[in-house]
Design a binder for this molecule. Sequence first.
Ligand SMILES: Cc1cc2nc3c(=O)[nH]c(=O)nc-3n(C[C@H](O)[C@H](O)[C@H](O)COP(=O)(O)OP(=O)(O)OC[C@H]3O[C@@H](n4cnc5c(N)ncnc54)[C@H](O)[C@@H]3O)c2cc1C
Length: 542
Amino acid sequence: MQTPGQRPEGLRKIEIVTMRCACAAATPRESLKTMPTENAKRTVLIIGAGPGGLTLANALQRKGVACMVFERNLKTLQHDIGAGFSLATGRIWLEQIFGPEKKHRLSKIMTPVNEFRVVEDEETNGESEGKLLGRYNLGSIPKIKKQLNGPLLAGTTRSCLMNVLNDNLHPGTLRLGWECRNITENEDGTLTVRFDVTTTAGGEKETRTEVGAVVVGADGIHSKVRELMFGPRTLGTYNQAVWLLLKRNIPPEVLDFSKEENQACWMLATKKGSGIGIVGYPTSPTDFEMCYAYKLSNEQKNNSTQNGNGRTWQSARYGSAASREEALERMKKCPGVLGKVARLVESPQELIHISLGDASLSLDVDAWHMGRVVIIGDAPHAPTPLAGQGCNSAIGDACVLAKHLHRAFELIDQEQVETNSDKLISEAFLGYEKERKKYGEKVCKQGRHLIRSRIANLAMPQTANSPRNFFEVSARKWLTYLMETLINTFPDTVAHGTIKEIKAGCGKVDFDGGDNDQPHDRHGPRLWTMLGGKGFASRSGN
Ligand SMILES: Cc1cc2nc3c(=O)[nH]c(=O)nc-3n(C[C@H](O)[C@H](O)[C@H](O)COP(=O)(O)OP(=O)(O)OC[C@H]3O[C@@H](n4cnc5c(N)ncnc54)[C@H](O)[C@@H]3O)c2cc1C
């Protein structure tokens, strides 16, 4: 039996762990013997159609590697499902996959976000734009513009991104309503995945299996694949939660996000002792996301996850209709664009409740793979949503894994014998981990620091850590002023730091002419997380 964190030694262990999990009734090895086909020996089975899973499928197909994606949620591509993302490194990776010919498909679903505006909290009913405390216009620095070859951040709506990624796949790649339950190893090294399949909402579930050479768990923060490999995980929770609004289809006559003046991320400098934080930015062209973070009481905190499933704290009291209405009414009183968007909301039901959990307490496994199973994105390293990094790093993981898997399959084909395939696949996973593990874990830890840091929240207010006293209110004024002055006075220095840190999360995969990695700093984001990544984390958080 293995404990989480123990390095797996071979394929056999997957089966041991699988059988050990009470929730996964292991399929007897004998019954699976007939399944594998020659195609299966070169097919990657991807569990989960989030940004990580669908990016991986695109990258693999671009490289000519066969794959299938299995998603348990039937509605995942519906326009009203999911929130929004701000993409930084994610945009750069995705543009490589789509290439110059198809890049426009991405820009169609993204809104540039080049600056951050910290606005004084003046309760208003639409008359005031709010006093600007700080304006961090990083995206207009010529060096940044040139080097990033695009906006600093690109806002996008999750469902728009999911659809663009899915539309770019070979027909039939994605199967909706397939929930992974179990993974078993076969005699010839391939893996069989058992699914509960629902084809219509509320319909009967049936069991089906698929065989592949490799299984990738891209199944999010509550990853089943990870659980099968390493057992239950502990998630981090905080004494804050978020009401989230994604207002879609805003008419351009109300707010036109194609205009530069509306392409920003607004952060409300909330009042002393308010215990809230409000932030908003445009996502896909007519959509706008707003987060209302608020403090939970200590009593609520004590009720929080004791054993790490990250869900039980979401009690009726805090997810109640009254709390939802209160949040919406408060959002409507915001100055400028924030209030304007909130006042378009017809019903409080448009707000959804989000956990600020993360995976920082479960970064304890030595490897992200076991035998021929590997995990990417939130499954190994989910940061808190406010860090604005999880989607970016899931996309990066997917691109790097695709590169290494492609190499492994090429080598297996060259050798024309399967004897070495386990070793080559294992090397591919090690190559992926070498490039991404340290980085992904750092992003996750920095997100944790962001949520706790009072100073970070003074300069870039977005959490519920509002100023506690007059001293902190004045410190916020000074910090925002200093940040703005620093950016305007030393644009080249700021550009250098920002670009370096964005590049730490990027690499280069030449999809047309083999792999072409650029050496880059893999020590993780610092200034970038602070300024550009919609989050703020200091070096001490590393
Ligand atoms: C409100 C909010 C705002 C955010 N904003 C940003 C941002 O601005 N920038 C950023 O970079 N990140 C952001 N994030 C984080 C980001 O959403 C995640 O980090 C990212 O979605 C992780 O991608 P993933 O593909 O690893 O997992 P997920 O997006 O969680 O996708 C996993 C998929 O797997 C499916 N699945 C789960 N279990 C199974 C199973 N057993 N079988 C089959 N399918 C399964 C799920 O249904 C899901 O579709 C935000 C998160 C939230 C909640």
